[in-house]
Design a protein around this ligand. Structure first.
Ligand code: ADP
Ligand code: MG
Length: 326
């Protein structure tokens, strides 16, 4: 039995007439990364702020390791760490000074605060930059320092609210490594993201939220297979045969080809039909029909659908921003 880190029931937060979080039911098992995936404005930050006791719910309940976020807010606060879009670092202090200060605020004695700061700076590859003022840090360094600050007191649950938004790919990868390291030390991570590949890479379970509601939940594989069995990519020797190839594959798979800019490529989603034999068998049969028709292929693959396709299938709209009155 896995312990439950977070359990919400009908959680609601209303701003004016905007139901930012609208009856959220979420169960997050302990010991792993849980990804909360949703477009800008979906209610991710609002939900996290309620779970971190920074915002009072207007309805429903939320528990963190069994403690109610309203009635037992102090207990919850002692269990969680929060980082994300509202870093509280002092720009004029060095990275090390920031960590030592936060450690002192958390109640560490000076030598312990220093030792813990040095340990984290080392772990996050910031030792060389430790004596530099934070205002001279790159975006990636700042993000790493921000995360390390939340780990000073090794929380049991760490909220990472869009930890890689706006980062370049290299810094993004560094943050991903850190997230994996944090989990390997036993901390549960609730990570919000707008990036489908990020949730896919890091999370063992994903909750998809849209307009303040959970619209799907499961492992990345489950979410992807709920949408379709997979996608067949075929690379033709002769682009002149593309129309024939598309026609044959569409008929064999019972689906239409997705337009592709490469004239030699045909991409077709294999519809899921919940049977045992599944996409691989369907794809193999379709490919053999190409061979019979004398259509030569240089390459083919059968891939799981992307999370982008998942979002589209679940919401009937792509993962775009919530429309606001502004
Ligand atoms: N303090 C606030 N006051 C009024 N509206 C807010 C406030 N915070 C968030 N909202 C609104 O609530 C909705 C959800 O926002 P948010 O939780 O920030 O979404 P996300 O983090 O998924 O981008 C949005 O429509 C946003 O404009
Ligand atoms: Mg947000």
């Amino acid at each position: 039995m896995t312990e439950t880190a977070i359990e919400t029931n009908g959680l609601v937060k209303v701003f004016g007439d905007n139901r930012a979080v609208d009856g959220l039911d979420l169960t997050v098992p302990a010991g792993a990364v849980f990804g909360v995936l949703g477009p800008n404005g979906a209610g991710k930050t609002t939900a996290v702020r309620m779970l971190a006791t920074l915002l009072r719910p207007d309805g429903g309940t939320a528990r963190v390791f069994g403690r109610d976020v309203v009635a037992e807010a102090d207990a919850v606060r002692s269990l969680v760490g929060l980082t994300g879009q509202y870093a509280s670092l002092d720009e004029d202090m060095t990275g090390r000074e920031n960590l030592v200060l936060i450690g002192r605020l958390l109640g560490f004695r000076k030598p312990a605060a220093r030792a813990r700061a040095d340990e984290l700076l080392e772990a996050f590859g910031l030792t060389a930059a430790a004596e530099r003022q934070v205002k001279n840090y790159s975006g990636g360094m700042r993000r790493r320092l921000d995360i390390s600050a939340t780990l000073l007191n090794t929380p049991r649950l760490l909220f990472l609210d869009e930890p890689t938004t706006g980062l370049d790919p290299r810094s993004r990868n560094q943050v991903w490594d850190i997230v994996r390291a944090v989990v390997s030390y036993g901390t549960t991570v609730l990570l919000t993201t707008q990036y489908l590949d990020e949730a896919d890479q890091l999370a063992s379970r994903i909750g998809v939220i849209d307009h303040g509601k959970l619209i799907a939940e499961g492992t990345p594989g489950e979410l992807k297979s709920s949408v379709g069995a997979g996608t067949v990519h075929v690379r033709l020797r002769d682009p002149a045969q593309r129309a024939d190839a598309e026609k044959l594959l569409s008929a064999a798979l019972g689906a239409t080809a997705t337009p592709d800019p490469d004239p030699r490529r045909v991409v077709i989603r294999v519809p899921g039909h919940g049977t045992e034999h599944g996409a691989a068998e369907d794809a193999a049969r379709a490919l053999s029909e190409l061979a019979v028709a004398g259509i030569v292929i240089d390459d083919f693959s059968l891939g799981q659908p992307s999370l982008d396709e998942v979002f589209l299938a679940l919401t009937d709209h792509p993962a775009t921003e919530k429309e606001t009155a502004a």
